[in-house]
Design a protein around this ligand. Sequence first.
Ligand SMILES: [Zn+2]
Length: 483
Amino acid sequence: MTAPVTCLRRVAWLVAWDAAAGRHVYLRDADLAFAGDTILQAGGHWEGVAAREIAGEALFVIPGLINIHCHPAQSPLFRGYVEEFGNPRLFYSSRHRFRQCFLPDAEAQLAAARYGLAELLAGGVTTAVDLSHAYPGWLDLLAESGLRAVAAPMFRSAAWYTDTGQETQYEWSADLGEAAFAEAGAVMEQAERHPSRRLSAMVSPAQVDTCTPDLLTRSAALARRTGRPLHTHAAQSLAEFAGMARRHDTTPIAFLHRLGFLGPRTIVGHAVFTDEHPWLVWPTREDLALLAGSDTAVAHCPLVFLRDGTLLHDLGRYLEAGITIAIGTDTHPQSLLEEMRLAELLARAAAGPRHRCDTAAIFHSATIGAARVLGRDDLGRLAAGARADIVACRLDHPAMQPVRDPLRNLIHVAAERAIRDVWVAGEQRVAEGTVLPIDMASAARALGVQQGRLDAEARRRDPEAWQDDAAAPPSLRHAAGPL
Ligand SMILES: [Zn+2]
């Protein structure tokens, strides 16, 4: 039985993929027809029958966005705690006492991810790379969310902590790394066999400085053998750069290159502190060439760095060097559109008047760039034969007016406020702004319950750190009224 056809009829503005030119283009007054998980026609007039017709006169339709890097089982739990403080004595790393006593367990992670995955869908994301330490119920929840999801179970040979707040310390356990590597292998196979058929897997040694060279090498070999993409966090803080330089006499990027870790299916999150970064004094200037030469992609997540006053220098140079860029959220809020806006603006802040980055390049990164590194030439684009991952935005939302350039309006003004409907694999997952697979209101309540429990546990675990809320000070002091 062939699937019934849905036709978005006479869409006012459609972003379609011009394969010959290798770029997204605007089509006006265009039909978009799809059946099951396949786009039948993007643009022109659909002559065939359609079981469902949707009026497109007030719509701006784009391909579903790809979030290349997120931690939905963690990020939503930190809302209200981490927006304004890192650890300045550790180059603003996230290693501080709050994170050592506020410890999400499986129950909290499940609640966070339920909210977090719904948040992604509501924001126009149709494919998400979920980097998590595997927890019970994870894969079923990914499937239940309705997203196309890449499960990236993280593993590592060392846990990091700080006693002093001034130094990253590592507790090494090669056995732990082995066990976690084996467990991640099993989880990845489960993901690929999942009956939803919307899950895939990514090999994800957690961080360059917490994995033994042997574990990183074997991860790369596993990725190549299985055809899965490969990811690690690297060049993400000054402290990490300095530690790797001390340990291996090389930059984190050059270290990965030396191990044979880089390649066309490798993603480095976040490659901020390459040897080009102006805060570093290092004798080489080869990291960007190593990334570009090996066709390695960078997962760029500007907000989490911006919170600590840090930024990548500069995105335009990375693009110009030929490095594939994909965009992720990494922290909360998980708004890919906001990250896209920041990516473009911060590229200008970093480069000054000679910036080489624009809205089209960022949109390309969040769709085609990410699809390339996932090995999916059928995602991130509206074209006949591509997968039916589609986002319809309201042109009649005030933040989308006036409609001279709706992509700019969406990224620079409206963000998810304009998103009306989302389809993943041809199934409608957001309708009139409401996420269908997950009830966001009850997910938000459950998230709040879990955050409250973790907060109470953190205070019991380390009462000294929480004296006067010092571990995570609120933005305003609490007081008693009337005043
Ligand atoms: Zn991350």
